[in-house]
Structure formats: structure tokens, C-alpha cells
Design a protein around this ligand. Structure first.
Ligand SMILES: NC(=O)c1ccc[n+]([C@@H]2O[C@H](COP(=O)([O-])OP(=O)(O)OC[C@H]3O[C@@H](n4cnc5c(N)ncnc54)[C@H](O)[C@@H]3O)[C@@H](O)[C@H]2O)c1
Length: 435
């Protein structure tokens, strides 16, 4: 008889998704164990220091001072937990195909320690079939146990939206699917202890696909408003006014906002997991590819608008000095993964521009899988003398804690990709260029 009362959870991967999840289960009164291969994260938690800006030191201290929480790089502790949740990265490789190496490596490790009765849930975003095809095989082979009989497997997509003040891990409904009835029951029972709403679906594949649909929906709609922006710009019509007017329709319209290009670990990447899997069935995902094309052309549009703005001031891009305002991929977070700022910076630099950046959330560009050429660069000081020295400022991220009025008073060429200045006076129009 398998115990359905799951009171201890192990979470593998303590990043933007895993850390808040660990916290949420701990707050619900469960015993939690966090696992990561990155020893610096384990050290940070144990010394009460956060490494994610919107997750406070106080929250970390709640974890580090609790006798119901343990964090470790020693995966043999996996034996001690009832349920194991996987929250490791699922990026694209150099050919823009799914890089499953983190998931595979983690699953192989779990397989070494798997024992009867345990429930394993994948939370990383992935293609339909990953749980039933990839994970099941690895776990059964490594452990000699049988899925659906000796241990259970489920998929539950993560919908974490870092920095969103209206929703958190607890309040976002959680979709759960499993190949076995028992696996689904156990996973639902686990999440119901900590989360407000659990949504069971008939299989892991449905849950995997639902997550992809959510993000493809965003990517396609962002591409639509980005394309619309180019057309409206050519017609001298304010796209933001158009969108706000359309959004007054109380049904059948959902507001999306154009920008300088897609960013973050999800929207630019996840849709291509489906593209890759669809090829196995001889199918093309034309909407996904077209949206990708439109969205990835946006940084070039911003560069050309910057060139035109400088031209109006009688200046060329070459040898100009440009400030990039914001390198996080969205406002009020310190996450710069896949940020369009880097594409814009690379393009401008290759055209002979001297680049600096200001981002109150990212004081120094850390080491990462991407953008190694910008590693170690430091955000400039925010003061009149320093800001005035730039020929142009390109607003790429609309962080709240930036003095946009000061900026407007200090420089005479601002490229605004985020509609930070929604209404422009005649004087503003001389210096602020929407892109
Ligand atoms: N960040 C988001 O807002 C978000 C939202 C929804 C879904 N997701 C998905 O959640 C998953 C995790 O994303 P994230 O943003 O938390 O990533 P992240 O890079 O912030 O965190 C991943 C963590 O996993 C650790 N890790 C890597 N390999 C490991 C291994 N073999 N064993 C143990 N730990 C390992 C890393 O050290 C890191 O701490 C991805 O599939 C992502 O697509 C992310």
C-alpha cells in the first residue's frame, strides 16, 4: 500500500522556479529539502542571503532557520523524501533544438536513489512526451523499479511569473497530469496541501502541451502587435493608443503590448520545443516560426530607429555614445536571460557605438551561458553629469524605479521602446522617438 500522505518534498533546481516553490511548500507546513548542483546557492541560503532580487533575505532566513528545511548538493538525501520535483533549466542548444541535458542528468541522479513509493514530478517546460518517454525509461532502467506500480511519475508545468504583484506560486492554478491514475491522485494530493487550486488533466502529455500552448499564445500575439507597430509607425499612428482603444472591447480581445523583442527564459524558447517535436510527425509549426521571425527582427528595428533619431540631431551612429536603459528582459526583475538588450548592444557596438548601460536591478553583468562578451560590465551612476554625456538613451526595460522625468530633462535624444512617455508635448517630440 502506497502512502498518499505526502509530507516531505525534495525540490531539484533552486532557481527562479524552484526556490519560490520550496518556500511555498515550507509555508504550507511540509518538510522540504532543496537540491542544487550550484554550491554557491546552497551557501547563500544557509547564510540567509538571497540571490534572486524579488525573493527577500527575510524569506531566505525563514527557510535557513527552520528545522523543516534543508538544502544540499548531496543528492543521496533524495532517499528521504516522499516526492521529488524537478525544476532544472530547459534551454535551446546552438541549433535551436531542445537541450535536455539538465533534465536527463537530473533524472539519472534520481534513478540512482529512487525507492518504492516515491512520486517524481517534472516541472520544467518541455515537449509533449518527455515525462512518459524520456523520464520513465531513464528511471526504470536506473532503479529496476516499475512506473505506475513501484513508483509514480507526473508532469506539472510551472507558471511562475517573477515580479508579478498579483499572483504568486500559491495562488496560480496548477495543472497536473500523469500516465497513471494513481500518479495523478498522488500529485494532486501533494499540491493541494500547498496551493490554492489544482487542475488535474488526463495525461502528462496534455499538461506538457498546455504549458506550450500558453507560451505560444503569448509569442504569437506579441508578434502580431509588433508587426502592427511597424505598420502604425509608417502611417504615423500611435500603436499604444490603438491598442488601448481596442482593449475597451469587453470580450474577444486581449491586450498585448509591443516591445523591443522577446526576452526571458520562456517565450523566446518554449515554442520551439513544440516545433522540434512536431517535425517527428512530419508537421511544420508555421505560426510559431513566423512569430519567431517577427519578434526576433525587433531589435534591428530599434537599432534603425536609433540611427534615424541620431540623424535628426545631425549625428551618426559611428563613434556615438549610447546608454542602454535596462538590460533585464522585463521590468522590476534581475533576470536578463535572452534579453533583447544584448542583441541591441551587440548590433550597436558592431556599428562603432560606444555602449554603457544603466539598470538598477543589475549592477554588474554576471557570468551566464550567453552574453559572455558583456560579462563584468558595470551599470553607470545615475546623475546628471554622467547621463548628459550620452548622445542617445535607448529605453529597453521600463523598470519602475527610474526617474524618467529627470532623464527627459537631461538628454535630447531618447528612443522609447516601452511607451514610458505615453503622451508627448511638442517639445517632447523634438527629443523622444518611439520605437
Ligand atoms: N523563470 C521563470 O519565470 C519560469 C516560468 C515558468 C517555467 N519555467 C521553467 O522552469 C524551469 C526552470 O527555470 P528557472 O527559471 O527556475 O531556471 P534557473 O536557471 O533559474 O534555475 C535552475 C536551477 O537548476 C540548477 N541545476 C542545473 N542543473 C542541475 C542538476 N543537474 N541538478 C540540480 N540542479 C541543477 C541550476 O544551478 C539552477 O539553480 C525551466 O524549464 C523553465 O523553462 C521558468
Amino acid at each position: 500500500m502506497i502512502n498518499t500522505d505526502r509530507r516531505s518534498v525534495g525540490i531539484i533546481g533552486l532557481g527562479y522556479v524552484g526556490l519560490p516553490l520550496l518556500y511555498t511548500f515550507h509555508q504550507a507546513g511540509l518538510k522540504v529539502t532543496g537540491f542544487d548542483v550550484d554550491a554557491s546557492k546552497i551557501e547563500a541560503i544557509n547564510s540567509g542571503k538571497t540571490y534572486i532580487k524579488h525573493f527577500s533575505d527575510a524569506q531566505i532566513v525563514e527557510l535557513s532557520s527552520s528545522d523543516r528545511c534543508e538544502v544540499t548538493t548531496d543528492f543521496s538525501y533524495l532517499k528521504n523524501v516522499d516526492s521529488i520535483l524537478i525544476c532544472v533549466p530547459t534551454p535551446l542548444d546552438h541549433h535551436r533544438e531542445p537541450d535536455m541535458s539538465y533534465v536527463v542528468q537530473t533524472t539519472e541522479t534520481i534513478g540512482k536513489y529512487l525507492r518504492e513509493g516515491q512520486l517524481v514530478i517534472l516541472e520544467s517546460t518541455t515537449y509533449p512526451g518527455t515525462t512518459d518517454e524520456l523520464l520513465k525509461g531513464i528511471l526504470e532502467k536506473a532503479s529496476g523499479l516499475e512506473e505506475g506500480k513501484d513508483f509514480y511519475l507526473a508532469y506539472s508545468p510551472e507558471r511562475e511569473d517573477p515580479g508579478n504583484p498579483d499572483f504568486n506560486t500559491k495562488s496560480i492554478p496548477k495543472v497536473v497530469g500523469s500516465a497513471s491514475q494513481k500518479g495523478r491522485e498522488l500529485a494532486v494530493a501533494l499540491y493541494e496541501q500547498a496551493l490554492d487550486q489544482v487542475v488535474p488533466v488526463s495525461s502528462a502529455k496534455v499538461a506538457e502541451s498546455a504549458k506550450l500552448l500558453e507560451n505560444i499564445f503569448r509569442s504569437v500575439n506579441i508578434a502580431l502587435v509588433n508587426e502592427m507597430k511597424l505598420v502604425m509607425d509608417a502611417m504615423d499612428i500611435d500603436i499604444h493608443e490603438v491598442i488601448n482603444a481596442a482593449a475597451t472591447k469587453p470580450f474577444g480581445f486581449m491586450k498585448f503590448t509591443p516591445g523591443p523583442g522577446l526576452g526571458g527564459h520562456c517565450i523566446p524558447i518554449d515554442p520551439f520545443y513544440l516545433t522540434w517535436k512536431a517535425r517527428e510527425f512530419g508537421l511544420n509549426t508555421r505560426f510559431i516560426e513566423l512569430a519567431g521571425e517577427v519578434n526576433s527582427a525587433m531589435p534591428d528595428y530599434v537599432v534603425s530607429k536609433t540611427m534615424l533619431a541620431l540623424n535628426e540631431k545631425g549625428k551618426a551612429l559611428k563613434n556615438s555614445k549610447i546608454l542602454i536603459l535596462g538590460i533585464a528582459y522585463k521590468p522590476n526583475v534581475d533576470d536578463m536571460r535572452e534579453s533583447p538588450s544584448f542583441v541591441i548592444m551587440d548590433r550597436l557596438e558592431s556599428l562603432g557605438v560606444e555602449i554603457e548601460y544603466f539598470d538598477p536591478w543589475i549592477p554588474i553583468i554576471p557570468s551566464s551561458r550567453e552574453h559572455m562578451n558583456w560579462k563584468g560590465k558595470i551599470s553607470i551612476e545615475w546623475n546628471e553629469e554622467s547621463i548628459k554625456s550620452f548622445d542617445a538613451v535607448v529605453i529597453v526595460t521600463d523598470h519602475k524605479n527610474v526617474e524618467y522625468t529627470e532623464l527627459k530633462n537631461w538628454v535630447d535624444c531618447i528612443v522609447d521602446t516601452r511607451n514610458v512617455y505615453p503622451e508627448l508635448s511638442e517639445a517632447d517630440k523634438e527629443k523622444i522617438y518611439k520605437a
